[in-house]
Write a protein that binds this ligand. Structure first.
Ligand code: IPD
Ligand code: CA
Ligand code: CA
Length: 269
């Protein structure tokens, strides 16, 4: 990052305040969304005024921090576009949970500098857990440093995953991998917020997270938080490209070899 223009720690501190404000808005609207407020953007992909207004709160606050930055946001409340600095925002990750009053949903904000995540914030609203990272400066949960697990056996860790909303995208590969992971892990959790899943890998609650059919706003912040907590983030095939969210694997380094073996069946999808 261009330190002469922007100090990354100051930017993070200020962005965290904006995210707390967004989280407060989401919290104040729990159980207030009526059935008629809910739209279906695509199969099972829901949205309400809470997602949209939260996005506006984030955009207005973050725009003040870097006036020339671009925005990539899920709800399209602002002109989309990449610039030298770009905020990548999912205002409410876990909308389905939110609308069903399941208390796992988050605000996810990443700042890219020339396509690379530099700053990451994921705020799990109900648990009041603020996960943050700055590139090369470590990852934190409520200001305390976090690390991925040191486990080396997948049988001793939990896996997080999710499933595509579009059921046509659910392949035999997904089901075969699921079966294999169930046999070779302590179990699987489907939290319903990919950003939270990634943060759970970062702080060692999960050993591994994998998913397909995500978008950059689901993974940009959580991916950097995993890396800064000492974890590995890649595509499901172990290559570098994960930022699009098309498919992603995040794990502790000691679990990488076995996990890539477990993911092999995705290749036949
Ligand atoms: C969803 C969540 C979920 C994942 C979905 C995402 P949304 O985001 O991250 O865990 O499985 O694919 O779309 O729609 O709640 O922002
Ligand atoms: Ca999302
Ligand atoms: Ca969302």
């Amino acid at each position: 990052m261009n330190e002469a223009l922007y100090n990354s720690q100051e930017l993070l501190n200020n962005a965290v305040e904006v995210v707390y404000a967004a989280g407060a808005f989401i919290r104040s609207n729990r159980k207030k969304v009526l059935q008629e407020d809910i739209e279906e953007k695509g199969t099972n992909s829901l949205v309400s005024f809470v997602d949209k207004t939260t996005e506006k709160i984030l955009v207005e606050g973050l725009r003040l921090l870097i006036p020339e930055a671009g925005f990539i946001t899920e709800e399209d409340m602002v002109t989309q576009g990449k610039k030298t600095w770009t905020w990548v925002i999912d205002p409410l990750d876990g909308t389905t949970n939110f609308l069903h009053d399941i208390p796992v949903f988050s605000v996810s904000v990443a700042l890219l500098f020339e396509d690379n995540p530099e700053i990451a914030i994921v705020y799990e609203v109900v648990g009041d857990e603020m996960f943050t990272a700055i590139k090369n400066k470590g990852a934190f949960l409520n200001s305390l440093p976090i690390r991925v697990t040191s486990e080396t056996n997948t049988k001793n860790v939990l896996f997080g995953t999710g499933f595509p909303y579009e059921k046509d995208n659910l392949t035999n590969g997904h089901l075969d991998v699921l079966q294999k992971v169930l046999l070779h892990s302590r179990g699987i959790r489907r939290m319903g917020s990919a950003a939270v899943d990634l943060c759970y890998v970062a702080c060692g609650r999960f050993g591994v997270f994998y998913e397909t059919d995500l978008n950059s706003w689901d993974v940009a912040a959580g991916g950097l938080i995993v890396q800064e907590a000492g974890g590995l983030v890649s595509s499901l095939y172990g290559t570098q490209s994960w930022l699009t969210g098309e498919n992603i694997l995040a794990c502790a380094p000691g679990l990488e070899k076995e996990t890539l073996w477990l993911m092999q069946d995705f290749r036949k999808s």
